[in-house]
Design a protein around this ligand. Structure first.
Ligand SMILES: Nc1nc2c(ncn2[C@@H]2O[C@H](COP(=O)(O)OP(=O)(O)OP(=O)(O)O)[C@@H](O)[C@H]2O)c(=O)[nH]1
Length: 508
């Protein structure tokens, strides 16, 4: 084959293989097929094998779409039920206009997964506004009491906080059950569910709802939609590229058969000329015979040249088309990658403190543990928890609590070196990873952090307030699981709390 074509096809196959990697992670069977495509591409460049593999991709993409539709239908039903159940509560007045508008939005956008977080946020907003309205006739009914008494239950006693939270937890769990979450979010999801069922304080509800929305946005938001769209485009592109490869192979075959035809035509003329020259008796006859033969050969040559020129032109055009397709695919892949990176960055950072969040911690810790074990270098994990934080909230309000949570990481950063990684693990809990650091050094850094927080003059409504944190540290032993390591650090944090707080404790 022509070396230029070889190169084009090679870079094409590379692009196909690279772009198929981007679609990974959305469906296990799809993953398996994409893996299969990559294996086939690396083993063989035969268009037949490529075509066969591509045919298996299409039904999987279609199935993925069907599943997405079913999930969206359930999501729509759950959302409408949530709104109706709040509208049917006693003593509540949901704005008819807002309700109608929201229902219209749901009807319009329910199929677009990227609109789910927005629809959910709007629903929560409507619910909150409705519940904030003063009761129509029962002035003294509590917010929660109103939340869970049906309009027909006017004379019944308000339900307890735990019943209310269990109702909320049920509705949100049903919503969460309809989204596919990657494995790394499993713990976070479990924590949200536990918090919903475990907490009796209505003040926690907005933060938990935020987390639910965030989780939905992270897990099935725009990224998934981009991915689905991209998968169908990828499928089309792969099919058309495959067709171009086949056409090129055919053109190659046809060019070599044209050359063969010319060779045969020459041979035939040479053979018959030789015989006729041998049998010729007259010089003039011989001269005109040779003239005639030369004429025929010149015509055959010029026909051959025309045919070859056409075929070469055709081949050059199809190579240009192939090149364009490859560069379009590469461009799409780059855009998608940038888009995904932005989404991932958003999903991995905590809105209040700007620190990397719990999901970011999960992503960071496992590779660090693997490499610490491989290169036999120490690594420590510290779990930090603000002392009596509930008191700060209860005394000066949640906004003051939030301010403390924003200031503490800055103090931590000042006390630590560049290599240490700080995460907001949740609530008033922070994690520090100390790569390549022994327990003694990690302890010294944590002591600095503890002192920095203790010496920070926090100011609440003009009053100076002292805040402290307790820290538990553990050093990775090179073999244990992450849970074991984390468990030891957490146990040390617990000891620090038990021993009076404002302390750093590590394993001996
Ligand atoms: N302001 C604010 N408070 C939060 C946030 N996340 C969690 N909290 C509160 O943090 C408090 C944590 O309280 P607890 O777990 O009882 O612990 P604590 O009061 O810090 O006591 P110890 O840990 O035993 O020292 C709860 O009141 C939560 O409502 C947040 O983002 N902002």
């Amino acid at each position: 084959m022509d070396p230029t074509q070889d190169k084009v096809i090679e870079s094409l196959l590379k692009a196909v293989s690279r772009t198929s990697m981007l679609a990974e992670g959305s469906d296990p069977e799809l993953d398996a097929t994409l893996q299969n495509i990559r294996t086939n591409l690396s083993k063989s460049q035969s268009p037949e094998v490529l075509q066969k593999t591509l045919q298996t991709l299409e039904p999987l993409v279609l199935r993925y779409d069907e599943q997405r539709l079913a999930r969206a239908q359930t999501f729509r039903a759950q959302l409408l039920e949530l709104i109706d159940s709040i509208d049917n509560l006693p003593d509540t007045q949901m704005s008819t206009k807002a309700k109608k508008q929201l229902e219209a939005d749901i009807r319009k956008h329910w199929q677009s997964v990227s609109s789910w977080p927005e629809l959910l946020a709007q629903s929560i907003q409507l619910v909150t506004n409705t519940l904030k309205q003063p009761p129509r006739d029962t002035k003294n009914a509590s917010l929660l009491g109103r939340f869970f008494r049906r309009k027909s239950d006017h004379n019944l006693a308000p339900k307890s906080d735990s019943e209310i939270m269990s109702h909320v937890s049920h509705t949100l769990a049903a919503l969460l059950a309809n989204i596919t979450l990657p494995d790394m979010y499993r713990d976070q999801l479990m924590d949200i569910k536990n918090a919903l069922t475990g907490s009796k304080d209505i003040n926690h509800l907005p933060a938990l709802l935020d987390e639910v929305i965030n989780l939905i946005m992270v897990a099935v938001g725009k990224t998934q939609e981009d991915l689905t769209l991209y998968l169908s485009q990828l499928n089309e592109q792969l099919a058309s590229i495959n067709a171009s490869i086949l056409a090129n192979y055919k053109a190659q075959r046809s060019m070599s058969s044209t050359r063969k035809d010319l060779g045969e035509t020459f041979q035939k003329h040479v053979d018959s000329t030789q015989t006729e020259v041998r049998n010729a008796t007259d010089l003039n006859d011989l001269k005109s015979l040779i003239d005639e033969r030369m004429q025929t050969i010149t015509e055959a040559m010029s026909q051959f040249q025309d045919k070859m020129q056409n075929q070469e032109k055709h081949a050059a055009q199809s190579i240009t088309q192939l090149k364009n397709k490859v560069s379009r695919m590469e461009q799409d892949a780059t855009e998608l990658r940038t888009n995904m990176q932005q989404k991932i960055a958003q999903a991995l950072s905590d809105a209040l403190t700007g620190l990397p969040n719990r999901a970011a911690y999960q992503e960071a810790i496992f590779p660090l543990l693997t490499s610490a074990a491989q290169v036999k270098q120490p690594l420590c994990v510290a779990v930090c928890d603000v002392d009596h934080f509930k008191r700060i909230n209860d005394t000066w309000g949640h906004l003051a609590g939030d301010k403390v949570l924003r200031i503490i990481p800055r103090q931590m950063q000042n006390a630590l070196n560049k290599e240490s990684l700080i995460f907001r693990y949740g609530g008033e809990e922070f994690i520090i990873i100390f790569p390549m650091t022994s327990i003694d050094n990690a302890y010294q850094y944590c002591e600095k952090v503890r002192q920095a927080v203790e010496n920070t003059p926090f100011n609440m409504n003009g009053d100076p307030v002292s805040v402290s944190i307790s820290i538990g540290i553990a050093q990775f032993d090179g073999k244990e699981s992450h849970d074991e390591l984390f468990g030891r650090a957490d146990k040390n944090l617990y000891k620090a709390k038990e021993e009076g707080r404002n302390k750093v404790i590590h394993d001996n």
